[in-house]
Design a binder for this molecule. Sequence first.
Ligand SMILES: Cc1cc2nc3c(=O)[nH]c(=O)nc-3n(C[C@H](O)[C@H](O)[C@H](O)COP(=O)(O)O)c2cc1C
Length: 171
Amino acid sequence: METWDAIRARRNVRSYTAAPVPESDLNRIAEAGWRAPSASNRQHWDFIVVTDRKQLTELATVWRGARHIADAPAAIALVVPEPADDRTRVVDQYDLGQATFAMMLAATDLGIGTGHSSVGDQDKARAILGVPDTHVVSFLLGVGYPADRPLQPILKPDRRPFDEVVHYGHW
Ligand SMILES: Cc1cc2nc3c(=O)[nH]c(=O)nc-3n(C[C@H](O)[C@H](O)[C@H](O)COP(=O)(O)O)c2cc1C
């Protein structure tokens, strides 16, 4: 898919077919995150690719917005060290956002859907994934082929009006 088409076709996919995602595609999606920029290139992240059904079912319970993970053939957990201070916390979240979006775009390019989830129950998420308590499971990304409709450029996205958001020169 052309980059511009992938940008326009990406959306949160929360229902998936049962088809497994090939390991090579999961690796490519993870590589997109691995290649993402981060502040001072510090790469305060680890990515855990999950395909085990039991783990996926359990991960779906760590947040009310995580239910789609139960039916996903795969998920990627984004993990960061417990931040040392507020500034680190803010910048880590920015970096994670960039890694997430890179993964979502790489997946879209392959016709694979992705769906964000936050994490509420940190202890449970850590236990499921074997993450030490020095680290935080910040976000989950469900990964799988869309069950509703293929990924195609969205002509009218649900967004604030472009002219209200984009300013030239001044506010
Ligand atoms: C930081 C962040 C957290 C999110 N958390 C969740 C979540 O817990 N569950 C969920 O279903 N979607 C979650 N989303 C997805 C947003 O609701 C979604 O991106 C937004 O509604 C725009 O829709 P689109 O991604 O389809 O364009 C999250 C998105 C972001 C950026």
